[in-house]
Design a protein around this ligand. Structure first.
Ligand code: NDP
Length: 323
């Protein structure tokens, strides 16, 4: 079966939506978006309440809660260092989480499911900007290949569910995200929150020097997480296709430029040193967002505006955020 019975348009606000990973950067933004759209029955569980690696517990949860729709934003996520050091954990845990959730969602009749992957699913040397068609056309970036393979398996599972059961499930591939609720831990975070923390701590301690990994020359695209949640919700209501949809802004900056902007906003006036013995990762990662634009959505929050509010949030929550 290759067609689904999807009718584009508003989802009934009374229907139950399960946001897997609702405390994370992405899940919490999706939750806020659903609330602002008037959804009245949103459910979530922390990993200590429901470990999604525990297959029996996941099936029990779906049998009890019977969500009509699912946003799958639970995953083991990390930056280059964590991915490079724990490839087994990134592969195994992500496969377990997504297979358990999708299998239970198949069994319990979930109508719409959005699987969230990441732009690292595309080949390291994919032509820029990266079109959805680049999937599986070349070698992956080795520092996060295990994570990427798990995510690619997730896209394939969504496609298989569509083919076999005709459910209008979809996959969305966000670019690098940032915003309130991000992971600012020194070892587990992505580049942007790591830079915010490093520069802010330098200002607080009066340090004259900040050292960053790599050359600073890789180009990256950053999307505010509230924009991402708006895009994902737009796709849930309007998109029905087997192909994953890129979610980004369509423009990129160098890591050096982003570091300079953060340094300016936090008020760091010292020197920045680049440790070129450390890996840079993929040279450029810019998503082609024409498919998303064709579906009627483009990003709204500018980078400097988004950075200022994220830095304000970080400073307000510095004592309580994840360590
Ligand atoms: P976070 O680390 O902020 O959140 C991950 C969430 O997953 C947490 O809420 C955590 O729950 C939950 N989780 C992890 N393991 C388990 C488990 N075993 N059982 C139950 N829940 C679990 O990640 P993000 O929000 O950044 O990422 C979410 C998704 O978005 C991922 O699929 C990622 O690939 C994608 N994405 C993220 C990007 C980014 O820049 N951040 C970019 C592109 C894609 P708890 O808090 O309760 O422990």
């Amino acid at each position: 079966m290759t067609t689904t019975d999807f009718t584009p348009g508003p989802i009934d606000r009374a229907e139950r939506v399960y946001v897997a990973g609702h405390r994370g950067l992405v899940g919490s933004a999706v939750w806020r978006k659903l609330e602002s759209e008037g959804f009245e029955d949103i459910v979530g569980r922390t990993s200590s309440e429901l470990d999604l690696k525990n297959r029996a517990a996941v099936f029990e949860f779906f049998a009890e809660q019977k969500p009509k729709h699912v946003v799958l934003a639970a995953a083991k996520v990390g930056g280059i260092m964590a991915n490079n050091t724990y490839p087994h954990d990134f592969l195994s845990e992500n496969l377990q989480i997504q297979v358990n959730v999708m299998d239970a969602a198949v069994e319990h009749g979930v109508e719409r499911l959005v699987f969230l992957g990441s732009s690292c699913i595309y080949p390291k040397l994919a032509e820029q900007p990266i079109h959805e068609d680049a999937l599986l056309t070349g070698h992956l970036e080795p520092t996060n290949d295990a994570y990427a393979i798990a995510k690619i398996a997730g896209i394939l599972q969504v496609q298989a569910v569509r083919r076999q059961f005709g459910r209008p499930w979809i996959s969305a591939m966000p670019t690098n995200l940032y915003g309130p609720g991000d992971n600012f831990s020194p070892t587990g975070s992505h580049v942007l929150p790591a830079l915010i923390r490093r520069y802010d701590e330098a200002v607080q301690s009066g340090a004259e020097r900040v050292e960053n990994w790599g050359t600073g020359s890789p180009r990256r695209e950053f999307l505010h997480v509230d924009d991402m949640a708006a895009a994902v919700f737009h796709l849930m209501e309007h998109y029905d296709g087997p192909e994953q949809v890129n979610v980004g802004t369509g423009s990129d900056v160098t890591i050096k430029e982003i570091a300079e902007t953060i340094a300016k906003i936090v008020g760091f006036e010292g020197e920045t040193v680049w440790d070129t013995t450390k890996p840079d990762g993929t040279p450029q990662k810019l998503l082609d967002v024409s498919k998303l634009a064709g579906e009627g959505w483009t990003s709204q929050i500018g980078l400097e505006e988004g950075l200022r509010s994220t830095i304000d949030w970080y400073r307000e929550h510095a004592d309580t955020i994840r360590q």
